[in-house]
Design a protein. Sequence first.
Length: 124
Amino acid sequence: MKNLRIFGGLGEKYALYLLEKAGYKIIGKNFHAHQGEIDIIAIDPSTGSGPEATLVFVEVKTRWSDKYGKPEEAVGTVKLNRIRKTGEYYVLTHPNLPKKLRIDVVAIEVRGGKITSAKIIKAI
């Protein structure tokens, strides 16, 4: 379990790099609430500025083999609903943020200790 947390942390660090490179403004990480957890919270300025911008809740999935499928395949309806509910709670507790919400997935594949694929998928 400890190794999974270490690997997951490395995936999240790369996801932060990828998101910042794409222009996202990171405003939070690892938000925990009764409803669930959000890996990364960011604002996508390409959608506008101020209240017109979109608040993005990001789920990071990293896979080191194909044994369990592609990383994005691990984010199903139940997981998306949990992220949505947690995101709605986050907005209630942080009222000065954009009101448009979206969930993205950062899917990272690692083979032989090297990242072979990393992409941002706009989920909802």
